[in-house]
Design a protein around this ligand. Sequence first.
Ligand SMILES: NC(=O)c1ccc[n+]([C@@H]2O[C@H](COP(=O)([O-])OP(=O)(O)OC[C@H]3O[C@@H](n4cnc5c(N)ncnc54)[C@H](OP(=O)(O)O)[C@@H]3O)[C@@H](O)[C@H]2O)c1
Length: 329
Amino acid sequence: MRAVQIVNLEGPERALALAELPEPAASHMLTPGSGVVVDVRAAGVSFPELLQSRGAYQLKPPLPFVPGSEVAGIVRSAPEGAAVRAGDRVAAFCVLGGFAEVAVAPVHLAFPLAEGLDFAQGAALILNHHTAYFALKLRGRLAAGETVLVHGAAGGVGVAALQVAKGLGARTIGVVSTDAKERLAREAGADEVLRADGPWKDRAKELTGGAGVDVVLDPVGGDRFTDSLRALAEGGRAVVVGFAAGAIPEVKVNRLLLNNVEVIGAGWGGYALGRPGVCRDTGAALDGMIAVGAVRPLVGARFPLERAAEALQLIDGRGATGKVVLELG
Ligand SMILES: NC(=O)c1ccc[n+]([C@@H]2O[C@H](COP(=O)([O-])OP(=O)(O)OC[C@H]3O[C@@H](n4cnc5c(N)ncnc54)[C@H](OP(=O)(O)O)[C@@H]3O)[C@@H](O)[C@H]2O)c1
């Protein structure tokens, strides 16, 4: 099969190479001896693959390896008890190995692809939307009627967070850096969009009648974190999801005490991948949101498999709007 491997750790320009490899067996590292085998039609491209191309991600497989955490395609084979059967359309989270014509996912992370979503949208669904649901609902306790501010709101996690927040009945404020990203955030369902280089904290306060927002979801990090805490209402929660801007913020904990606010970490993979029940429940919740039209992955850029390096460079250059996918076949 054709696949793209990471062959060195020199970054997105030089680390990737096209290879001809044997097809994988029906076994996944999370569920040895068992796995759903997928004929891949689209593979999602995300921040972790960019970090992997530099050896900067927590998961560091020996070189060379096939990156790619999520795919959509047609099930080739599935074990007893799986939610999908051979021939079904599927969205699957494979952790690694997705940048290939054939990939394997654990049974609990292979979901029937909802009617109305194409393969590219299926490849854009799991990482970002499961993360968004985990971060907003399970960690941030976001409730209907509350207001959430989403940083990086036109990025992969950001778009998913806007949609999932809508599905949870929340009011949404997105923070973005450009006009194009503002349009995408609105398309994703943002009720309000603010600029990252403007007075977003003060505007967020104004938009909530001076009270502040209930939840901030932050996949960006960097120097805006203290203002995120200042933007919270009493009892508010700032949910830490990632550090796309590079710098890991530090918090003066007196700020938590002053306004009775919380900082909450949300690491989806480390929590959910080993908990099949959480994965299935989240999949079911998202299916409900897809059915009512709240969740619909927005695909911003499509590349053929052999141009995976360009896909990573687009993310690296802060140029991605919505999800970046590789299309196969
Ligand atoms: N905790 C978890 O379980 C989990 C799961 C998935 C992803 N993540 C993490 O979440 C973060 C975001 O992932 P993503 O897929 O949403 O990425 P993305 O699609 O590239 O979006 C990230 C956004 O961050 C903003 N940003 C600000 N400064 C940036 C910079 N210097 N370089 C790049 N982007 C910058 C950009 O928005 P503006 O230009 O509008 O500011 C961009 O749209 C990553 O750190 C990723 O590893 C965590």
